[in-house]
Design a protein around this ligand. Structure first.
Ligand code: UDP
Ligand code: MG
Length: 136
């Protein structure tokens, strides 16, 4: 059964700062993802707070929002069969220390907070997150 999906991916400030944008995009393309939309932006802390609202009770929430808004990010809509879970697999575990070989976070992640990429965690959240950054 065909299940073409879209998911939201963000290349976070630590990776943009290290000029890893093209390498990371190539990893997506090598796995068969199409980059449907993309833009490089810097967001306000208030926008990061809104984007990460599900985490507002977590101890790391403030630092996370400060970090995501600390520098340019690349926001992308990725499309592929089962894109949401496929992107989570390619990203690897939240903590790069736990990420498997061949994943983006294993290759490029610095620490649990500077872990280079964001990816939607469910098809429902993918729709919400895509709409957050690409409203039209
Ligand atoms: N995060 C953190 N400390 C933690 C857990 C998470 O700084 O103990 C950050 C990390 O950058 C992570 C983001 O918060 O990517 C969102 O957390 P989530 O559990 O949703 O992880 P993800 O979906 O990004 O793997
Ligand atoms: Mg998450």
């Amino acid at each position: 059964m065909n299940n073409t999906e879209q998911t939201l991916s963000i290349i976070k400030p630590d990776a943009v700062e290290r000029n890893l944008e093209n390498e990371i995009k190539q990893m997506f393309k090598d796995k068969g993802f199409q980059i449907i939309r993309e833009k490089k932006i810097q967001i306000e802390k208030s926008e990061a707070e809104s984007f990460y609202k599900v985490h507002e009770t977590k101890p790391f929430y403030n630092d996370l929002c400060a970090y995501l808004s600390s520098g340019p990010i690349v926001v992308m809509v990725l499309e592929k069969e089962n894109a949401v879970v496929g992107n989570r697999e390619l990203m690897g575990a939240t903590n790069p220390k736990d990420a498997l070989d061949g994943t983006i976070r294993k290759k490029y992640g610095i620490s649990i907070d500077k872990n280079s990429v964001h990816g939607s965690d469910s098809p429902e959240n993918a729709k919400i997150e895509i709409n957050f950054f690409f409203k039209d």
